[in-house]
Design a binder for this molecule. Structure first.
Ligand code: UDP
Length: 258
């Protein structure tokens, strides 16, 4: 695994065995820029995976060892979700702030527009990635979106999707199939993904396309984005049952001597 983290970055925190890099949004952007520029410089390392972890990911990774391996081996793992920031503090290895997939996608689009990297948007319901792409181009003027495709995470579609990405000559692939499907899709295909960077972005295309509304700023700041999502999308309650268990297990682990 190549290391693109800043040399002064603290070592990652492991929340219930799941790695989280303790970086600010700015440091994450710098690392993404480094991944892209080193690929452009010709060394062409294999595609690098970015994962934005929230408590649901951590709980899913308790049972799904492949998912845990995928996260722990990624080039960069950010703390999406206030629960992760809170857990890192309790474990006395604090991560400085939330670095969400939705925000990182917009920052990545600006970086791509500035430096001329080509973006491919994969996933979400048919038509959503196109609208999200148009919105990203408004937020990042000059951005090259070289392809959008809904497809599905089914293994039998992989070859066709990889061929589309190859033909588009993408540098960055953002995948919206929800977790863990999107992150496992990237992990499975990492060695043959014809791009420099791939990131799972969950519902970010839906937010950009206006299909889902993001929580107001004050709720994001105070760590209540999960509550807003539950209010907007009540079907999530079952998935969110993982949250109290997450809190309980982190507190139990945090009180244990290390
Ligand atoms: N999705 C998809 N194909 C699938 C499953 C999900 O395109 O087989 C899309 C879905 O339309 C949505 C995104 O993946 O745009 C996942 O959104 P969700 O909000 O569930 O992800 P989260 O942010 O919770 O990881």
């Amino acid at each position: 695994m190549l290391n693109f983290l800043p040399s002064n970055a603290p070592s990652p925190v492991y929340v219930l065995g799941v790695r989280v890099d303790r970086l600010t949004q700015r440091q994450v952007l710098a690392a993404l820029r480094q991944i892209l520029s080193s690929a452009r410089a010709g060394s062409r390392p294999p595609c690098q995976q970015i994962i934005t972890v929230n408590p649901e990911f951590v709980m899913a990774a308790q049972k799904n060892t492949l998912f845990r391996q995928c996260i722990n081996q990624a080039a960069l793992v950010t703390a999406d979700g206030m629960g992760i920031v809170w857990a890192s503090r309790l474990l006395r290895q604090p991560t400085p702030e939330r670095v969400t997939g939705a925000d990182t996608l917009v920052e990545l689009a600006r970086l791509a527009a500035e430096d001329g990297y080509r973006l491919y948007l994969l996933g979400a319901a048919p038509g959503v990635a196109e609208i999200a792409g148009t919105r990203l181009q408004e937020l990042a003027p000059g951005l090259k979106i070289v392809g959008t495709y809904a497809g599905s995470p089914a293994p039998e579609e992989e070859n066709e999707i990889l061929e589309r990405i190859r033909t588009a000559q993408a540098d960055i692939v953002c995948v919206a199939y929800g977790a863990p499907a999107q992150d496992l899709w990237i992990y499975r295909n990492l060695q043959r993904l014809p791009a420099s960077l791939a990131m799972g972005v969950g519902g970010a295309f839906d937010f950009l396309a206006g299909r889902q509304r993001r929580a107001p700023h004050w709720m994001r700041r105070t760590g209540l984005e999960w509550l807003y999502r539950l209010y907007r999308e009540p079907w999530r309650w079952r998935r969110m049952l993982a949250l109290p268990l997450f809190v309980f297990q982190v507190i139990r682990k945090g009180s244990r001597p290390s």
